[in-house]
Design a protein around this ligand. Structure first.
Ligand SMILES: CC(C)(COP(=O)(O)OP(=O)(O)OC[C@H]1O[C@@H](n2cnc3c(N)ncnc32)[C@H](O)[C@@H]1OP(=O)(O)O)[C@@H](O)C(=O)NCCC(=O)NCCS
Length: 184
């Protein structure tokens, strides 16, 4: 997994020893439910999710440049229903680091990596319509709105129907205006 360095962040491979740091944000009510999952109840639960992410090799750990402690994750996920050059972007960040433009910085760097270094030609991304912070990240990163869809999630043991707004960036859009993504 390629290591990606931005002005303030390092995106690196996840490792089993990240479990406690992951639990520190995954246990909070501000993170998981906004991304469609129930907060983790134990470090063991975080360790299991972490091991799954390590196996699938689609998710980077986010750290700051001066401290290797995990503060979030960002991933480019394969979707079985889509052609193989499509990836779906997902991300979460520890609440202590919200509101500093960090996820926008990480997303832009991953877009540059995907279109410059891999054969990916479309990146999709979505947010719950009530998740304004994620909507802003998606807008600031130049994604183009496609449609709203309804999806079911299991949250706190209940089936919840949520409206998701879906967006895309194509490699052609990227090539036409690279500076939008490369200035970070
Ligand atoms: C979404 C998330 C990753 C954003 O990370 P971040 O580093 O704080 O994002 P940025 O600082 O780059 O941008 C956040 C933007 O949202 C805005 N924002 C945050 N909360 C807001 C709110 N309640 N109402 C309006 N705007 C809000 C900020 O002002 C900022 O926009 P601006 O630059 O125009 O001022 C972070 O909030 C998070 O981890 N949330 C929980 C998990 C999640 O939602 N994941 C995404 C699932 S789709």
């Amino acid at each position: 997994m390629e290591r990606i360095v931005t002005k303030r962040l390092v995106l690196r491979a996840l490792k089993p020893s990240d479990a406690a740091a992951m639990f520190d944000y995954a246990k909070t009510d501000e993170v998981g439910p906004q991304a469609g999952w129930t907060p983790h109840k134990s470090v063991e639960e975080s360790a299991n999710i972490l091991n799954y992410m390590i196996r699938t090799n689609e998710v980077w750990g986010i750290t700051t440049r001066d401290n290797d402690t995990l503060i979030g994750t960002i991933g480019l996920h394969k979707d079985e229903d889509e052609k193989s050059t499509f990836r779906s972007l997902g991300y979460v960040l520890h609440p202590a680091y919200h509101g500093q433009g960090l996820m926008t910085e990480a997303v832009k760097a991953l877009i540059v990596y995907a279109f410059e270094q891999t054969n990916i030609d479309i990146i999709g991304c979505g947010h719950f319509t009530d998740n304004i912070a994620s909507q802003r990240v998606i807008e600031k990163c130049g994604f183009i709105y496609q449609k709203n869809i309804e999806k079911d999630f299991n949250l706190f043991g209940f089936k919840v129907r949520k409206t998701c707004a879906e967006y895309e960036i194509t490699i052609d859009m990227y090539k036409e205006n690279k500076l939008l993504w490369q200035q970070h």
